[in-house]
Design a binder for this molecule. Structure first.
Ligand code: NAP
Length: 345
């Protein structure tokens, strides 16, 4: 089914980048239409609103001197976007009333299934196969956490058995209190998660496949000086043990090949993220890790004219709400200028 009108701008994604793009675009009278996405369940819990929906306290977003929870912050972003006329693709076809922060995330929001960027107007296909046409598109689909892909890891992650990919979301749960916990990975995220978990755990093991951390020096020093963090160097997790609840992991030494068991009351993955760009089906130029390549690093322009990109689907380095929001602003301004240059006002 095709819609009749050609949208000036479709925004795909509803994290800080997507909503900020929507705020700017709506205020520029572009009447943007947003695919906010449907919530996915575990193992990778994704809610409309992106990774911040999995974050408890956000203390580093300017303007919130006392902090704010990720979901409330995203609800504010969304309310602000809708206040200026942003429309959201939903089951009913109506943009919901998002003025109540507790009711802001209406889960009848739609996913974008695929896009045809081969010619303009572009075609954006919703999950119900409805086709929307657009003069310009902003991709702000973010990135999701990676998993090891072990059968028991997935089984325990999907059943609430103490395996998670987000310490900040799940670490404070009573099931993890005063237990030895494991964090897999050696990057900044692993250090951040391990440090956070020391608030609750009896001990945190950082399980890393090499004998040095990838994390920045200052973060690595922080982990090494934390008496609650112990390192399991040169180890990979080859199995997760436990029936209904994790009891430990089977480790393999990457140097000797020797296997051992480590008793644990919880396991957290921090082995990087994958940008949500597969739905583009190779129509935009991506880097080796799947992040969208910008034509000019200071702009939001991509390899296809009139397609702009912002947020974590572009950025593997900073991955902050504030940087994503800044990129969303740039994308909206770039789209506005491009539309203006075409005489599409
Ligand atoms: P990352 O830097 O890519 O680190 C991923 C870690 O996971 C690496 O140590 C990697 O091991 C390990 N790993 C990957 N696949 C694995 C597998 N299959 N099995 C076992 N281990 C595996 O990812 P990140 O830590 O999420 O950080 C991403 C970016 O965000 C970085 O640029 C980081 O600096 C930034 N960041 C910054 C902060 C901060 O400054 N506060 C916080 C979080 C993230 P190898 O080292 O052997 O490759």
């Amino acid at each position: 089914m095709k819609t009749n009108d050609i949208e000036k701008l479709i925004i795909i994604g509803s994290g800080p980048a997507g909503w900020t793009a929507a705020i700017y675009a709506a205020r520029a009278n572009l009447n943007p239409l947003v695919f906010a996405g449907r919530p996915k369940t575990v193992p990778t819990t994704i809610l409309p609103g992106g990774q911040l929906m999995l974050t408890t306290e956000v203390e580093n977003y300017p303007g919130f001197p006392h902090g704010v929870t990720g979901p409330i912050m995203m609800s504010y972003f969304e309310q602000q976007a809708v206040r200026f006329g942003t429309r959201i693709v939903t089951d009913s076809g109506q943009t919901p009333d998002v003025s109540d922060p507790d009711d802001g995330h209406n889960y009848s929001y739609h996913d974008c299934k695929n896009v045809d960027l081969s010619r303009r107007p572009f075609i954006v296909v919703g999950e119900d196969d409805k086709e929307y046409r657009a003069h310009s598109v902003i991709i702000a689909t973010g990135a999701t956490a990676n998993w090891l892909g072990l059968r028991n890891e997935q089984r325990l992650a999907t059943s609430g058995g103490g395996v998670s990919a987000c310490a900040v979301c799940d670490g404070a749960l009573p099931i993890f209190r005063d237990k030895p916990l494991g964090v897999v990975g050696g990057g900044d995220s692993a250090v951040e998660e391990a440090t956070y978990l020391t608030k609750f755990a009896s001990k945190v093991y950082m399980i890393h496949r090499r004998d040095e951390l990838r994390a920045s020096k200052i973060m690595a020093e922080r982990a090494k000086s934390n008496h609650k963090i112990e390192f399991a160097w040169n180890k990979t997790v080859v199995d997760v043990l436990g029936d209904n609840m994790i009891t430990g992991v089977r480790l393999k030494d990457t140097v000797t090949g020797k296997e051992s068991e480590l008793p644990l009351g919880g396991l957290f993955m921090a082995i990087g993220h994958t940008p949500a760009t597969a739905f583009l089906d190779g129509q935009l130029e991506l880097d080796a890790k799947g992040y969208i390549k910008l034509k000019d690093p200071y702009r939001s322009t991509t390899s296809v004219e009139a397609v702009f990109a912002a947020g974590d689907c572009v950025d593997s380095v900073y991955r902050q709400a504030v940087t994503a929001a800044g990129m969303g602003c740039k994308a909206a301004l770039d789209a506005e200028r491009w539309l203006g240059a075409q005489g599409i006002e």
